[in-house]
Write a protein that binds this ligand. Structure first.
Ligand SMILES: NC(=O)c1ccc[n+]([C@@H]2O[C@H](COP(=O)([O-])OP(=O)(O)OC[C@H]3O[C@@H](n4cnc5c(N)ncnc54)[C@H](O)[C@@H]3O)[C@@H](O)[C@H]2O)c1
Length: 396
């Protein structure tokens, strides 16, 4: 029997273009419709779509296109509402980061997935990077020992002249995003490697007045540092979207026997360091410390040879897209399901409340438990609507 080809619609074709390009390499999915009001962006991605792709004027029209799946790569604060609308029409949903921006949205999203029984996942690409997969392999292999502490950061400073590219209008969502909110790259990576759920958060913000002044920003918040207590008491230190230092994405798993790290400023390079007294027999030939670039697996190499670009995080994006398409095709539980995606969103939302409340520690509800949802059912406070401040340090 021929495998069904999933009919995919993509909403937002800037970041959405990476989903479109990846799907073009898959046999079991096809982009049948796209929607973006930016005509230039639509023109750019058309060549990666089938020639009969439907270009929709708005989201409602996109959802009318007999879709199996809609990919949400539109404005971040709109994701949850768009996801719920699609789920209620019987359409599976993949959402870009972040899943939700208020606690009420987290509850509503979980309940829409439960009530409709449709597939929902958040497409966090960091776990699908070559080095992140290697850390996962090392961790699950058991030689590292018990995880006690982990850290991961994502710092994305930009040259002053480039800032406008990602904040094209004065009312763009990135101009009003508190620093804890864009945390899915570091936290998603660690959650995926360890399988742990967050239980408590406390956070602080750092300032950089010079960076803000050079870019004309109204505030000087340059990054958030979040301490996240995970199941079993394991502690994670993660950043939100920071812009301190040079661009970086380091990661460290500190375990009983060893440190496994994705080395900061050395893209995809992994280091593994054992305590001398815990060096496993099979590592004796290499010594206590090794550094290496993990290889890309053969089936992805085959896609690269067909034209998949290896620049930026395209390879991670491809693995992420292939994974969600296969999860739907095979009826599998999503890797980043709605409970994990909303727990991560709650760390961002409540992490910001912690910042605003003198770094108070706040519990993360377990959205699998209906009673835990009730506390937040009507909590719709949004920094984007001006109901709470979105920064701490005014620019000087
Ligand atoms: N995982 C990653 O590495 C990564 C990288 C970049 C962005 N993202 C995520 O992707 C999403 C999109 O970010 P982006 O960088 O593409 O920038 P963006 O948010 O500026 O782009 C969104 C696109 O959606 C379109 N859009 C929004 N509302 C619309 C509407 N009502 N009708 C028609 N079109 C509409 C816009 O025209 C725009 O082209 C965000 O949620 C962001 O967090 C993820």
């Amino acid at each position: 029997m021929r495998e069904k080809i999933l009919r995919v619609g993509v909403y937002g074709v800037k970041r959405g273009s990476t989903h479109i390009k990846s799907i073009a390499f898959l046999d079991n999915a096809q982009v049948v419709a796209i929607c973006d009001r930016d005509e230039g962006a639509v023109e750019k991605v058309k060549k990666f779509c089938p020639s009969d792709v439907v270009i929709c004027p708005d989201y409602d029209t996109l959802l009318e296109q007999d879709l199996d799946l809609v990919v949400l790569a539109n404005f971040l604060p709109d994701h949850a509402g768009c996801a719920i609308q699609a789920l209620r029409k019987g359409i599976n949903v993949v959402s870009e980061c972040l899943a939700a921006v208020t606690m009420k949205e987290c509850v509503d999203l979980v309940e829409a997935v439960e009530e409709t029984g449709k597939y929902y996942s958040m497409a966090e690409n960091t776990p699908w990077g070559t080095s992140c997969l290697e850390l996962r392999r090392l961790y699950s292999g058991g030689t590292l020992g018990e995880l006690s502490y982990a850290e991961a950061e994502y710092s994305h400073p930009m040259a002053p002249e480039d800032v406008v590219k990602v904040r094209p209008t004065a009312d763009h969502w990135r101009n009003f995003m508190p620093k804890t909110y864009y945390l899915s790259h570091p936290l998603g990576g660690l959650m995926n490697i360890t399988g742990l759920l967050p239980k408590k958060v406390l956070a602080k913000v750092t300032p950089d007045y010079t960076y803000a002044k050079k870019r004309g920003f109204p505030h000087a918040d340059s990054g958030a540092i979040l301490l996240v207590e995970m199941e079993g008491g394991v502690l994670f230190r993660v950043t939100g979207c920071a812009h301190f230092g040079a661009p970086s994405g380091g990661m460290r798993l500190a375990c009983t026997n060893a440190d496994a790290e994705l080395i900061r400023h050395q893209k995809q390079r992994v280091s593994l360091t054992f305590a001398p007294w815990e060096l496993p027999k099979e590592m004796e030939h290499a010594g206590t410390h090794v550094e290496y670039y993990p290889p890309i697996e053969a089936d992805v190499q085959a896609v690269i040879s067909k034209g998949l670009s290896t620049s930026g995080h395209n390879v991670a994006d491809f693995r992420c897209v292939r994974n969600y398409i296969n999860e739907i095709a095979e009826g599998r539980e999503p890797d980043m399901n709605v409970y994990r995606a909303t727990a991560m969103s709650a760390v961002a939302i409540l992490g910001w409340r912690s910042v605003l409340n003198n770094s108070q520690q706040i519990e993360i509800p377990d959205f699998r438990d209906p009673a835990a949802r009730d506390q937040y059912r009507n909590d719709d406070l949004s920094p984007w609507r001006g109901e709470i401040p979105y920064y701490v340090f005014p620019a000087k």
